[in-house]
Structure formats: structure tokens, C-alpha cells
Design a protein. Structure first.
Length: 426
């Protein structure tokens, strides 16, 4: 098949949640199909990689994949967001708008009839609204409107009003988009319930995020029984909020019970408030690291104390795949196909969270059991192969259905058949 894949973040390297899912979908589709990726660059590193790619020197993992790219960022994108404050269009859509990318996508659509148009994230769906007569999938991943509404409930005025307004506008747009695409997908059953709750005629299904269990795997070196770790982008509000709250409400109890305990906050772009946590006894804020695996490998336990969470927390998948026991809030654990007390520990209030962390730090047998069970669960339920089987079923049933745009496509939750086996050459 010829596939046009549109995503909002440049997918190389896949080191953050907004890139990982797109990266693995592209790689999977490109193994058997001709894929053109249309995306945005936002950093100088992105631009350098995109220039080399377009010049015929793509990253090895993307060899054979064509690229259409345009750069966004700076004051122009901020202005586009501000202009949309007084309109019904979500301001976040302004950030991801590029006239240059729009022209390039229009040209690609005019010159080729694609067998499938695949959009990752609603913020770039407008780039393919002129793609008619082609099967189209919109992968919402998370329902972003609900995330913005959640932010609004957690912030102070007047910022809270801005988040709520954006959430309301975005939910309206998500409803509209859901009715215009042939199939819409999300990352978890909980997100699917939200999408179905919109009451649209959308044909919807879900496929999970995976984790690279070869890259993230247990190591044989001894771990530090006093070390607790959190891994994540530290300018992302839910991470910032969760870590600050953990340090204020939970860490003192852990430190009182184990005076030698240490907490490492590992992740890029720590805000001023996060950096200030380094003044707390036992807390270290590392900033960006080239490879998070050594930080995970040394830890007795990884924590995900998030008070806001949608979709799947890749940080939880990566720790479990690495054989590091996890203590997570209920919201952070909700997007992981795992059983509390069997594969990870789940706690919400500060005392219960501190007790769960200390249980693992104090009990080597429990730690070993959770380490083995957690990794086994990743291998059985959260590999990318498993996720792509479900995607293959969704894609295959769409493109193989006669008159796909007019006839409903029943989507099952069974194991998938690779699209290469069900799609005739065109």
C-alpha cells in the first residue's frame, strides 16, 4: 500500500511520549508498505535530521520512508495560538499549523491516491481534511480535551479558565473530527470509553502503547536498596505536579523510616520549581540524561505519583520492562495492562504511597517477585509486536472493506492479521 502518515512531532529519536507511538507505528507500516511521513520540526536537531533525511540520508531505522517536513516554533506559533483564543478553534491547533506543511501535504494528495491516510493526534488532522475518497484513520491516542479540562481543575485562576476554555473547544473539535474519519483509535479502553461517550457515529477501537523489551531489560549489577527514582520530562505539568507533591507529602515519611533513602528525579527540562526540590535532604534533580536505563537499573523502586494522567505512562512500562518494581497512583496505573499487587503496587494517598515504597525497599523477596512479574507482564501484554497486531486488524478491516467510507467496519478485539495478508496490491 501507499500510506500517508501525518504526525505532530518529529518522530526521531523516540525519547518522549509524543514521539514513541508514532515512531513504532511508522516503522511497522514501512516494513511492508510505502510510507510518506508528513511532520513538523521544532528544534535545530529536528531540522538537521530532517534535512539529511530529505537529502537521501535518512536514519537507518527509517530507510525507505519518505519525509515531508516543515519547521514551526518561536513567536509566530505563539501568535497563532493567541489569535485563536477568540475563536472556536483550539489554540493548540495554532501551534501545530504550518502553511508550508499544508501546501506540501496538498501537493502529495494531488499527485497520489493513497491507499491509507493515517493521522497521529488530532492537532494535525486538519492537514488531510481535503483527502477525499481515501480510507482515513485518526489516532487520537489520548483524548486531549479531557487532559486540558483536568488541567483546568488543578490550576489557579486565571490560568485555570484558559485550560478549561481550551478543553471545551478541543472536545468540540474532537467530536467533529470523529464524525469525519473512517476509524478513530485511542491507546486504552478507558480512552475508548471517553471517545464513545461523545455519542458520535465514529467507528472506534484501541491499540496499546508498547515498550521495547530488548532495549529496556534487567541488568545483573546490584541495585541500591536506598534509591527511589522518577523518570520523565520535567517541564510536563503532570510530572512536575506529581513529583513536587511526592516530595512534600510522601518523601518525608520515607526519609524518616530510612534516613539513608535518596530520591532521583531524572528527566529533561526541569522547571525552576522542580530544580528547587534538590534542596530537600536526599533529593537529586539530574536534568536530562543520554540514557535513562542506568538510572533505572540502580534503583530499588520507581515511582509514578501522578495526580493527572491520561492514556499510558511510558515511564511505567519502561521501568517494569527493566525489572524495576513500580509504585504508581491509580491514575498512572490505569493505562497499563497489569494487575495491582501482582505486577506493581498502586497507592493514592501519601501514607499508603510511602508504605508501598518502603515495603519494596525493606523486602527483597517482594521486590524480586514484582521485578519478575512486572517484566513478564510487559512481555505478554505490552510489546510493540502485540500492539501492532491489534493495529493490523484495524487497518486491514478498514482498507479491505468494500466502499469503506459508506459501510460500517466492525472492529474486534481479537488477535490481528497483518495488513499485508489481507490487502490486495493496488
Amino acid at each position: 500500500m501507499d500510506i500517508l502518515f501525518v504526525c505532530h512531532s518529529f518522530p526521531i529519536p523516540p525519547k518522549s511520549g509524543d514521539k514513541i507511538r508514532a515512531y513504532h507505528i511508522i516503522r511497522h507500516l514501512a516494513r511492508r508498505h510505502r510510507v510518506i511521513v508528513a511532520t513538523l520540526t521544532r528544534t535545530s536537531d529536528d531540522e538537521a535530521l530532517a534535512s539529511a533525511w530529505c537529502a537521501g540520508n535518512p536514519p537507518e531505522v527509517m530507510r525507505g520512508v519518505e519525509l515531508i517536513a516543515a519547521h514551526v516554533g518561536g513567536a509566530q506559533q505563539s501568535a497563532r495560538m493567541i489569535v485563536r483564543l477568540a475563536t472556536i478553534t483550539p489554540s493548540s491547533f495554532g501551534y501545530f499549523y504550518s502553511g508550508e506543511l499544508r501546501r506540501k501535504v496538498d501537493l502529495a494528495l494531488a499527485n497520489k491516491r493513497f491507499d491509507l491516510v493515517f493521522v497521529h493526534c488530532s492537532s494535525v488532522a486538519h492537514y488531510v481534511d481535503r483527502a477525499r475518497g481515501m480510507p482515513r484513520i485518526l489516532d487520537f491516542a489520548d483524548m486531549d480535551s479531557q487532559k486540558w479540562l483536568d488541567y483546568g481543575s488543578q490550576r489557579h485562576l486565571p490560568v485555570a479558565l484558559g485550560y478549561r476554555l481550551e478543553g471545551i473547544k478541543l472536545e468540540r473539535e474532537e467530536r467533529r473530527l470523529a464524525s469525519r474519519f473512517d476509524v478513530c483509535t485511542v491507546v486504552t479502553p478507558a480512552e475508548l470509553a471517553t471517545l464513545n461517550g461523545f455519542g458520535t457515529s465514529c467507528r472506534a477501537d484501541w491499540f496499546p502503547n508498547g515498550v521495547d523489551c530488548e532495549f529496556f531489560q534487567p541488568v545483573r549489577e546490584p541495585y541500591d536498596r536506598d534509591l527511589v527514582v522518577f523518570v520523565g520530562k520535567m517541564d510536563y505539568f503532570p510530572n512536575e505536579q506529581g513529583v513536587i507533591d511526592f516530595c512534600r507529602t510522601t518523601w518525608p515519611s520515607i526519609r524518616a523510616a530510612r534516613p539513608g533513602a535518596r530520591f532521583a528525579v531524572v528527566g529533561s527540562n526541569p522547571t525552576r520549581a522542580v530544580r528547587a526540590l534538590g534542596d530537600i535532604d536526599g533529593v537529586t534533580v539530574t536534568g536530562a540524561v543520554d540514557d535513562v536505563r542506568p538510572s533505572l537499573a540502580r534503583a530499588a523502586v520507581a515511582v509514578a505519583p501522578l495526580k493527572l494522567a491520561r492514556g499510558t505512562q511510558n515511564k511505567v512500562l519502561e521501568a517494569m520492562a527493566s525489572g524495576i518494581p513500580v509504585v504508581a497512583s491509580q491514575l498512572a496505573a490505569r493505562g497499563v495492562d497489569a494487575v495491582a499487587d501482582e505486577h506493581l503496587l498502586v497507592a493514592n494517598d501519601p501514607k499508603a504511597f510511602a508504605d508501598a515504597v518502603l515495603r519494596i525497599m525493606n523486602d527483597e523477596t517482594l521486590r524480586a517477585r514484582l521485578a519478575v512479574a512486572g517484566r513478564a507482564r510487559m512481555l505478554s501484554h505490552h510489546t510493540w509486536d502485540h500492539a501492532m497486531e491489534r493495529l493490523d486488524t484495524i487497518v486491514g478491516r478498514l482498507v479491505d472493506a468494500p466502499s469503506a467510507r459508506r459501510q460500517p467496519v466492525e472492529l474486534s478485539r481479537g488477535r490481528g492479521t497483518d495488513v499485508a495478508t489481507v490487502v490486495k496490491a493496488r
